[in-house]
Structures are given as structure tokens and as C-alpha cells.
Design a protein around this ligand. Structure first.
Ligand code: GAL
Length: 417
């Protein structure tokens, strides 16, 4: 017995020595600060700490990540990048072309990332054929959320499938003294609603032409006119408190039964879940009106910076490996509201909204309905996206701007290089 204890102690000492020899620090920049988001990122921290590494949290508040990107730029320019930063889409290529990202190919090859990721996702994570980023999830942006309490109070029997049904339901909510649409105040929230309207009004092909290819004919078409008219009409169903409100506080209005609907990606589900609410019972999920045959994808990922220190490099490689691990992909996405990006993951622990998302992701990839989210950095280079986002948001916020003028401004913004 005594001997066994001694052996155990020696083994434990050996482990501790092994851990400290390879233990490093990971500094991770992210913008996951709402209730559901913070719970999700805490899972990554736990995994890294269990591997013996030190997690240095670099959280920059602000949904959509605009503030986080500004802070990241100044850190990299001063020659002191974090180990990893939450960055996605074409912005990954921009960072890689600056020569500041690490080549993660040795790990990616050893772990067969090419086989585990859909090609559309893998391509975005690579620069000149080598992995420079690791993906965590697939968010669907074209969701609409419903508060079961509010809808019941207003006599709305089901989630609307078309924009006509939506406005009829919104009128009922208004008549019941409720806020029909919970909306917040940042420009990315306006753009999020706008892209779902464009998708619902024009369909996936039109969405591709207008918001991915930035085709001038599409951007100045009657369908765009109709999209802008529908978008403006929605504003009439928001409350005067919307300007300046964070997206998660808009979700809270549904949780409290004060508002009927929110047009928002499925990170909103993370808020409902963190508040102990159940899908199908307390809150409802449905594709944004008119967009059931489409899926706007938003893949969160971490870019990995070149580091000098060997222990920090090891910690960074362990971070990337943890991100792609089945254990993390499951627990993170259960909290975050998204679905795993890694192929072959069991979905049995996921709720019906996530199961619908997983099915629609596969189905729309075949039908042509799978499109990148413009409002969430998946479709267009950051400078162009920013210009379009501003034009869309100005139109939303200033009722004096006509639809015709907004259309011209958006088309001009799309030419920003
Ligand atoms: C998105 C991001 C999500 C979520 C949301 C609100 O752009 O992909 O993970 O955090 O912003 O901040």
C-alpha cells in the first residue's frame, strides 16, 4: 500500500514536471461577453487549463466584433500580437497577407482537418494552401426568434413564414401593447436584419448577386427597392428604446415576454439557454420570413499569430487542437447556439433548432441556398462591408432618406476598395 502510494506520488511528480515543461500561456482575444457567449468561451479556457496552460483572457466587449478588431490592429502594429484572435471570413486573408500569422499545417495534417471540415470552410481558414486559422462553429444568421408568452398574449398562433404573415402578426402584437420587434442600436444589428430581409424578399440567388458579388444591376433593381421598403416597414414595429441597445438586451425583451420577435443569428439562442429557457416551449425559432430554403452561414474562427517563445507556440498549437476536438465542438456549441463545424459530430444532445440548422446546412449546400453572411464578415472584404453597413444603417436610422437615395448610397458603398 505504502509502496503504491509512493509510486503514485512519483508518477504525479513526473506529470507535473512534464506539464510545466510544456506549459505556456495563451492570450486569446475575443468579443464573447454576453451571458451565453461568456459561458461558451469559458469552456475553451477550462480545456486549456486542464492541459496545464495559462489562459489570458483578452475580451473586448461589443457585439459583432468591430471594437475588438480595432484593438487587435493596434496590438499587432505595436509588435505584440495575442496568441489567437477571433476573426473570420475574408479578414483572415487580409491578416495572413501581412505575414503575421503562424502556419498551422503540421497540426492540421496530423489531425486531418481537410477531412473534418467542409471545403468551403477549410478554404477560408487557409492562406496560400496552409492553415492559419481554426474554426469553432457554424452560426446561422437568417433566424427569427419568437417569445412564446408574447405571441400567446397577442393571439399569434404560429411563427410567420412570409413577410405578409409577419406584418399581420406584428400588428397583433402592437394591438396587445407589446413591442412587435426587439431591435438594438449598433449598425451591425441593422445590417443583420437587412440581409435577412434581402434573402427573404429576393431569395438566395438574388442575395448572392446583391450582397456577395455586389453586382450593380442587382443592387439597383426593383427587388432591392422592395427589400429596402420591407426593411423600413419593420422599423415601424420597433420601440423608441432601440437606439444604443445591445443585441442581448433585445433578446432579453423576448425572454421577459415584452417583445414578440427578434431577427438575429443563433447566438441569440445562447442567451435564451443561459436564462434557463427552453426551445419550443418558452421561445420559438424559425427561418426569417421567406428564407426557409436558404442558410446564411457565419463561421467563427481564431487566427493564430506567429509567436517567438517555444512554450507559447506549444500552447497555441494545443489551443488550435482543442478548438477542433469533438469534446470542445460539442460543449461550446451547446452553449453558443451554433452547430459544430467538425464533420461527423453526434447531434443527439442538441435541441430542435440546432438539429434543423444542421439539416438545413447540408440541404442548402446541395440546393444552392447556402450563402455567406455579409453582415458577419463572411462575404465581403472588411472595408467594403463597413461602407455598406454604414449606408444601410443610415437609411434605417434616418426616415428622411428615400429608398431611391439609399439604393444609390448602398451601390456606391459597394464600390469601396
Ligand atoms: C457575430 C459572431 C457571433 C456572436 C455575435 C454577437 O458576428 O459571429 O459569435 O458573437 O457576433 O457578438
Amino acid at each position: 500500500m505504502w509502496k503504491m502510494k509512493r509510486v503514485a506520488a512519483v508518477v504525479a511528480l513526473g506529470w507535473a514536471a512534464a506539464l510545466s515543461a510544456s506549459a505556456g500561456e495563451v492570450e486569446v482575444l475575443h468579443y464573447w461577453t454576453s451571458g451565453g457567449e461568456a459561458k461558451s468561451v469559458a469552456e475553451l479556457k477550462k480545456i486549456m487549463q486542464a492541459k496545464g496552460h495559462t489562459w489570458r483572457d483578452f475580451a473586448v466587449a461589443g457585439g459583432g466584433g468591430d471594437s475588438a478588431m480595432t484593438v487587435l490592429k493596434s496590438r499587432v502594429i505595436s509588435g505584440n500580437p495575442p496568441s489567437a484572435a477571433q476573426t473570420k471570413g475574408p479578414a483572415i486573408q487580409e491578416w495572413a497577407s501581412e505575414g503575421v500569422l503562424a502556419n498551422m499545417d503540421a497540426l492540421a495534417k496530423a489531425e486531418k482537418w481537410d477531412e473534418l471540415l467542409p471545403k468551403v470552410v477549410a478554404d477560408v481558414m487557409k492562406y496560400k494552401g496552409a492553415y492559419v486559422a481554426a474554426p469553432v462553429n457554424v452560426h446561422r444568421v437568417n433566424w427569427m426568434w419568437g417569445s412564446a408568452d408574447a405571441l400567446k398574449k397577442a393571439g399569434v398562433a404560429a411563427m410567420p413564414k412570409t413577410w405578409d404573415e409577419f406584418f399581420a402578426a406584428a400588428d397583433k402584437l402592437k394591438a396587445a401593447g407589446l413591442v412587435p420587434v426587439a431591435h438594438g442600436g449598433q449598425n451591425w444589428q441593422d445590417f443583420t436584419t437587412f440581409e435577412s430581409v434581402v434573402l427573404g424578399v429576393g431569395g438566395p440567388k438574388f442575395y448572392q448577386d446583391a450582397l456577395v458579388k455586389l453586382d450593380n444591376t442587382a443592387l439597383t433593381s426593383d427587388t432591392m427597392k422592395k427589400s429596402l421598403e420591407t426593411f423600413r416597414r419593420i422599423k415601424g414595429y420597433t420601440d423608441p428604446g432601440a437606439p444604443g441597445r445591445d443585441w442581448n438586451l433585445a433578446t432579453a425583451m423576448l425572454i421577459q415576454g415584452k417583445a414578440g420577435f427578434q431577427l438575429m443569428g443563433d447566438w441569440a439562442k445562447g442567451e435564451f439557454l443561459a436564462a434557463g429557457k427552453q426551445p419550443g416551449k418558452d421561445f420559438l425559432c424559425a427561418a426569417a420570413p421567406g428564407s426557409a430554403n436558404a442558410f446564411t452561414f457565419n463561421v467563427d474562427s481564431f487566427i493564430l499569430f506567429k509567436l517567438k517563445d517555444a512554450a507559447a507556440q506549444k500552447a497555441q498549437s494545443d489551443l488550435a487542437s482543442a478548438i477542433m476536438s469533438p469534446a470542445f465542438q460539442e460543449v461550446f456549441n451547446l452553449n453558443k447556439g451554433s452547430i459544430p463545424v467538425r464533420a461527423g459530430m453526434p447531434m443527439d444532445k442538441f435541441d430542435d433548432c440546432a438539429k434543423a440548422s444542421a439539416k438545413d446546412f447540408v440541404d442548402t449546400a446541395k440546393s444552392g441556398g447556402l450563402v455567406p453572411s455579409a453582415a458577419h464578415g463572411m462575404a465581403i472584404a472588411p472595408a467594403t462591408e463597413g461602407a455598406i453597413k454604414d449606408a444601410v444603417s443610415q437609411f434605417w436610422n434616418d426616415d428622411k432618406i428615400t429608398v431611391a437615395d439609399a439604393m444609390k448610397k448602398i451601390a456606391a458603398a459597394a464600390k469601396t476598395k
